[in-house]
Design a protein around this ligand. Structure first.
Ligand code: ZN
Length: 161
């Protein structure tokens, strides 16, 4: 029996809603006062600029995570989702998760996002960006910048090398 709504169509709709909602009302947006680690990232192809701020507590948990920046709806929505997904996650696990997510979105690696670390329907919806290859770097920018922030990297992270 045929499904009335093809699976990929409903996922596209979830993707569209995810981007609109997070871009309109980004979570954890703004420069915080007391977050010790910082990095800045740019996506020159689109003009997206994101700054990521975070703090790690004595148990290696990312207890605070914020961003600010300007860019397209996808870059802002993805950054909002990044902060809400990774807050209160162990630093090592967050790092593993972000690598699996970047690999998945970039399609350099067919492996799935590591859902044993974080199981998020919103992240599944974010995978909808793969239908728009030219926008994938908009989506990965904040996650790459997060990795740089963990290193407190004062060089600007760029999606282009
Ligand atoms: Zn963009």
């Amino acid at each position: 029996m045929k499904k009335s709504i093809p699976e990929n169509k409903s996922l596209k709709e979830l993707y569209r809603k995810l981007i609109i909602n997070h871009a309109k009302h980004p979570l954890n947006f703004g420069k915080p006062e007391n977050e010790s680690l910082f990095a800045e990232g740019i996506n020159p192809l689109c003009g997206d600029k994101i700054r990521v701020y975070l703090n790690i507590d004595e148990n290696n948990i990312i207890d605070k995570l914020h961003f600010e920046g300007t860019g397209c709806a996808i870059s802002i929505a993805s950054a909002s989702l990044m902060t809400s997904t990774l807050t209160n996650i162990n630093k090592k696990k967050a790092t593993q998760y972000v690598f699996s997510l970047i690999n998945n979105l970039s399609q350099t690696n067919p492996s799935k996002i590591d859902q044993s670390i974080i199981n998020s329907q919103e992240i599944e919806a974010l995978e909808g960006v793969k239908n728009f290859p030219s926008r994938i770097k908009c989506a990965t920018l904040s996650w790459q910048t997060f990795l740089s922030a963990l290193q407190n990297n004062n060089k600007i992270t760029t999606t282009e090398r």
